[in-house]
Structure formats: C-alpha cells, structure tokens
Design a binder for this molecule. Sequence first.
Ligand code: IPD
Length: 264
Amino acid sequence: MELAYKAGKVILEASGQMKKVNVKESFADLVTETDKGVEKMLFEELKKRFPNDRFIGEESANKEPWTLEPTWIIDPIDGTTNFVHTFPFSCVSIGLTVNKQSSVGVVYNPSLDRLYTAVKGQGTQLVEGKKEPVTLRVRDCSSLSEALVMSEFGSQRDDAKKEAVFRNLEAIGWKCHGVRSLGTAAINLCSVASGHADAYYEFGLHIWDMAAAALILTEAGGYVCDTKGGPLDMQSRRILAASSEKLANEISETLLIHLEMERD
Ligand code: IPD
C-alpha cells in the first residue's frame, strides 16, 4: 500500500506534463519514461523487502518465467493511454502470486485517490481519500439483460482482433443495459468488485493487467474465468469476470469469437 501511494504520487505529478511517448506492438500500444521509472522504483523497493522473491513487470525487457515461487507481478501504469491523454483512470497494479495463485492484490488510481486491496481469504477493501476503509461487495446481478458490461478495444490493431472486438461487442451490446470502457483492465475489474458494473471481458490483455485485480474481484464475491468458461488462465491473454457465475456463463455463451493469442 505504501509503495502504491508512492507510485501514484509519481504518476499524478507526471500526468499532463510534456513527455516522450514511445510505441510497442502497435501505434496504439504506448509506453512512457514514467512507466519505466515507476516499475524500476517498485522493483528496487520490493527487492529490498523480499530479496528472494521473483519479479515480473510490464516494462522489463527480459521477462522472467512465471513459476510457483512467490512472484510480484507489476503494471507500473495500467491505462498508459489514459495517462498520456490525462483521462483520469490510470492505476498502479501490484499483485503477488504464490504457487501461481494470487494471494495479494493492490490497485491504486491516484487521480481519484482510490486504493483497492485484497488478501486471499480476507476480502477486498477500498480506501478513498481520507475516508475510512470500506469492504467491497459485487452487485447482485444474474442476467445479461440487467447488466452493465465493461470491455476494451485494447491496443492491438490487427484484423483478427478487430473482428473479435466488433462482433463480440455487437453480440453483447444489444443484450445488456450498456457497455463501458475505462481504458484500464485493472480498474475495470475493480469497478465490478465495487458493484459499479456487473461484468468485464477482454481479449489481448496481459498477466500484469489482471494479477492484482482478479483477486480484488473474487475477494469481493465476484467470479473470474476464461472467456469460454473454466478456470482463468492468467497467461492466456483473455478474461471474463462477473458478479456471479451465472452471469459469466451467459456472457461466455453470447460471445461469438474467443480469440487465441500468443501466451504471456
Ligand atoms: C492496457 C489497458 C487496456 C487494455 C489493454 C492493456 P496498459 O494496459 O489495461 O485497458 O485494453 O489490453 O494492455 O498497456 O495501459 O498497461
């Protein structure tokens, strides 16, 4: 939590400043010096406290393989596009997995001063500004016809992704109350955990976008799985999250294209 607040301060101060923006896999896949600087700071600080643990970060050139060992999985800025454009939904995401199971998740959106935390088996808490922490719980919603659904275009720009995004959006969008897209996978998951939305699905995200927030959702009573149903595979680049298993199943059956991508 302390490091999330520290990272958030750096993100907030840099947001809206002139910054060099580089691209990664497509012209819409952005990275800035702030992403790299925050990741370096978090790695250094966590390594001081947990020298024997392993580390995976979005911006590290050589990614360590994900193993059963305690592993910190970090996205220094989830929602880099929002950060660049000053849309106030970016966050730092810090997850810890042990035996490949998420055991701690911290997500902090500095623009709204919202800190989401979860420890396996201990529920999810939100600290907003100086208010007392509140325990989060998903909203009761078991039918797509009553759901607010979140999804993302993502940052890939190839034809297969385009077809999957738009055909799935057409299938889901007309059957639910509405579709929302905040531009950060972690905050989308936290929004379902908070009861602000009822479900979220995406193809193309990465392990660091979900490692912390998937736990935040399940500890708030939500359900996560693969888009085809079955256990979530955090390296598969796809996720379906909902306030209930029933709603997740309905969305899974409604999606038309389950994109297969190169694994993390
Ligand atoms: C991205 C965001 C975005 C999602 C992409 C992610 P980044 O993460 O979470 O909402 O659609 O799939 O890659 O690049 O801002 O850390």
